[in-house]
Design a binder for this molecule. Sequence first.
Ligand code: LLP
Length: 432
Amino acid sequence: MHSFRYLQGRLHAENVDLQTLAERHGTPLYVYSKATISDHFTRLDQAVNRLDHLVCYAVKANSNLAVLNTVAQLGGGFDIVSGGELFRVLRAGGQASKCTFAGVGKSREEIEYALNEGIYCFNAESQAELRYINEVAGSIGKKAPVAVRVNPNVDAKTHAKITTGKSENKFGIDFERIPEVYEWISKECPHLEIKGLQMHIGSQLTSVEPFIEAVKKVAPLVAEMKEKYNLRFFSIGGGIGIVYRQSLDSGTQEWWGGEGQEAHPLTIQSYADSIVPLLEPLGLRILMEPGRFVVGNAGILVTRVMYEKRGGAKTFKIVDAGMNDLIRPTLYEGWHQIVPVQKASDSATETVDVVGPICETGDFLAQDREIPVVKEGDLLAVMSAGAYGFTMASNYNSRPLVAEILVDGADAHVVRERQTLEDLVRGEHIPG
Ligand code: LLP
């Protein structure tokens, strides 16, 4: 489900009219739907309820405090990758005891911070890192809970830049080496407590097969490690793909595949139906680390058409959002549906490039895209921008970060203010 639809010809987020919202708060503007976040989280949570489980939302997808607070209220845990993300979770009302800490390069400060706050577990990616966590924990008189991330060498069949479970990727420890690494921890690392085993094969997976392949491959290893080292959990990572093209007509909740996308991609039910029976016999707590599935369809980026430029080869709609606000199209060839906020009165379309104001050829939101005819001043909504949208935004070209709004029914809350010009230079100094 998602809560963006046309009502009387105007796009709404839940019961809030996006045109009014854009007029009040300016553009570009990220708008999130609380109902969609709750719905997605709850659907996953319920689909696997036969398992003792914890859904640890991947904070990197969208780390706004209001989003984290929504997840915390639903009882969720968090998958964090930095001290900064831990700080956000705690500030948002989340519990350290429900946080797993992933990432290949954790620093001493981050390890100490996480230990002092009492996180659930470190997911370690190398023997060097395990050695370091052992040393840091020992130096402050603590025992660090750890899980080792296994690299199962399974092809997630997704974009190369978001594939993580192949042996040529930098993540995890080779499948074959896992038993010796656990043995080494148990013998050589007195300040580590073996708690689990983790994997994550990639992001935006649109079929269940790679998940099945990875779970089938790793489950026997988990059973063996459980037997020997008393594992408490197995984390199967995140990666559940979403549909980037959806119906926005009032009353319709059907999703369909976009160009190059399958008509019936992975559904949460098919995901649960195929992996729960494989995981149940382990008799372990199962962790999941979804990011995109929880927030991807729950957010949009509203942008205004500033100018139109008809070149020899192409027509450009120059909008006020750029690659610094949403980098996915240029970084991953990410396809985001773009629709007018005010529904066109006729069905005329044109094929255009939707580009931003940044001085780079790669600054586009869509290329050669057929969209309804829009004119200067009109508003467009870039859909499914709730995951890896704002969190990957930057100040490039000295553009202030945009505002974020959380819609809850008929209420719209400013959950992050738009940066000012003063914010842009805060902390900078001219010597002398
Ligand atoms: N767990 C681990 C260890 C991860 O590395 C990630 C994502 C997740 C969970 C969450 O994956 P998700 O459920 O969101 O697919 N910026 C890229 C995606 C990068 C994903 C990085 N790791 C994009 O915009 O497509």
